[in-house]
Design a protein around this ligand. Structure first.
Ligand SMILES: Cc1cc2nc3c(=O)[nH]c(=O)nc-3n(C[C@H](O)[C@H](O)[C@H](O)COP(=O)(O)OP(=O)(O)OC[C@H]3O[C@@H](n4cnc5c(N)ncnc54)[C@H](O)[C@@H]3O)c2cc1C
Length: 413
């Protein structure tokens, strides 16, 4: 079969899927199926929540990124027959036949079966999730009368973030800055309460000590409460129940956000592929699955062993793997040898509220407003396609990246 006639089906349009599709443009008949109609640069979702960036910056439509040689289908794949080489999209008639399959469906929020978590806590993985959380913050603010006592205002504006990894820290600092700004603008007395609840004995357990000191300092200054060795037991519509050193506490909340875990997409559970105990698809160094040489898997659903543990489950890894997958599909289709790669850490960057960040580049960490600018510059380079990078870079340079205040209802979003 010539490579240009081969049918490549990519399922999932996140970091793994989109960068693979870009690498295949003009080399095969590529179809990208995704549940959304847009890519999402998740590392900047916190900035979308705070209004520092807009949806078009971080969530461009696939049709703006991929040229007409890639067929884009919006839909959720519900079944895959690996033997027949066919996939089914939920709610659509017919099957999608392929010669090569790329599995890039990413993870989903893991609530660990904690009572009430899936029903009452906000997930934070999509544009819609960020919109819903922002709306909840505005609603909670709108319910506080201007003359409320400081302690009543604080109780009404208490938010809990479950999970003290990078996500929980970035989110909590953004929320605290936004809420404090809203207190000032509305002349409310007192201050909001933002708590991060983490099971282990320290925050950002996956990060090095260099960057952790910046994180801890920022949390103190932004007055985010860090509760380590704290296990969440229950989430209710208006509270969170947790245990610390054997003692149970219930705190009234305006909202609980869940960042405490990712699990493999349920579609992967259905597939008869070799997996580890967490359900991750085991891939060879070429990123092919162990039992089907025409099936590749990458990103959050794949277990690639030659990689630093700090890279697992990151956009940096999915992005680097996509380059290898695209090259290897081309090689596979033309009967050439496939390549492998040792994936590198490309540095770490965490946003810490709306005014600062911390960045680790090489072995040097730095923080503050400069690190915030550096993070934006770094992420501009990582956005897909030079065309989109250019548009976004220009917009950030000329129009700035100031946060959008949490306005009362009636003032627009
Ligand atoms: C809020 C947040 C912040 C993050 N920040 C960072 C960071 O700063 N640095 C970093 O390196 N990593 C970060 N990550 C992790 C990073 O985003 C992921 O590791 C990365 O997105 C994984 O890429 P992926 O292609 O495997 O999956 P994803 O990017 O999640 O893409 C999966 C795609 O599959 C689609 N899909 C799912 N199910 C189906 C289906 N059944 N049919 C069709 N399509 C489907 C989804 O719509 C999505 O488009 C962050 C994650 C989150 C949630």
């Amino acid at each position: 079969m010539s490579t240009s006639q081969a049918r490549v089906l990519i399922i999932g349009g996140g970091f793994g899927g989109v960068f693979t599709a870009l690498g295949l443009e003009g080399h095969a008949q590529t179809t990208l199926v995704s549940s959304e109609d847009h890519f999402l640069f998740k590392p900047l979702l916190y900035e979308y929540l705070s209004g520092e960036v807009e949806a078009w910056h971080i969530a461009p439509a696939y049709k703006e990124l991929l040229d007409e040689r890639t067929l884009i289908i919006r839909g959720a794949v519900s079944e895959i027959d690996l033997q027949k080489r066919e996939a089914i999209i939920a709610g659509r008639k017919g099957v999608l036949a392929y010669d090569v399959l790329v599995m890039a469906v990413g993870g989903v929020t893991n609530y660990w079966n904690i009572e009430g978590a899936e029903t009452y806590a906000f997930p934070f993985r999509t544009i819609e999730n960020a919109d819903a959380l922002r709306q909840r913050m505005v609603d909670a603010l709108d319910r506080v009368p201007p003359d409320a006592d400081p302690q009543d205002a604080r109780r009404a504006l208490t938010f809990a973030i479950v999970g003290g990894g990078a996500s929980g820290v970035e989110l909590s600092t953004k929320m605290a800055d936004l809420l404090r700004d809203a207190f000032e603008r509305r002349a409310l007395k007192g201050e909001p309460r933002v708590m991060v609840l983490e099971m282990s004995d320290q925050l950002v357990p996956g990060m090095g000590d260099e960057i952790r000191s910046y994180v801890e300092e920022a949390l103190k200054e932004i007055r985010v409460e860090a509760h380590t060795r704290t296990v969440v037991k229950r989430v209710t519509p208006r509270s969170i129940v947790f245990e610390h050193k054997g003692e149970m506490t219930e705190v009234e909340t305006a909202g609980v956000v869940w960042t405490a875990g990712v699990r493999v997409n349920p579609l992967v559970d259905k597939l008869d592929l070799e997996k580890d105990r967490r359900g991750l698809i085991i891939v060879k160094p070429t990123l092919q699955t162990t039992n089907f040489e025409n099936v590749f898997a990458l990103g959050d659903i794949a277990l690639y062993t030659d990689v630093s543990p700090r890279l697992a489950g990151t956009a940096q890894l999915a992005f680097q793997e996509a380059g290898v997958v695209a090259d290897n599909i081309r090689a596979f289709l033309s009967g050439k040898p496939l390549r492998t790669k040792h994936f590198e850490e490309l540095g770490e960057a965490v946003s810490l509220g709306t005014e600062r960040a911390a960045v680790l580049a090489g072995n040097k960490a730095f923080g503050g407003a400069l690190a915030r600018q550096a993070r934006f510059a770094l992420y501009t380079q990582r956005l897909p396609t030079w065309h989109h990078r250019l548009r976004v870079g220009a917009s950030w340079f000329f129009e700035g990246t100031s946060p959008r205040p949490l306005q009362p209802l009636g003032f627009g979003r």
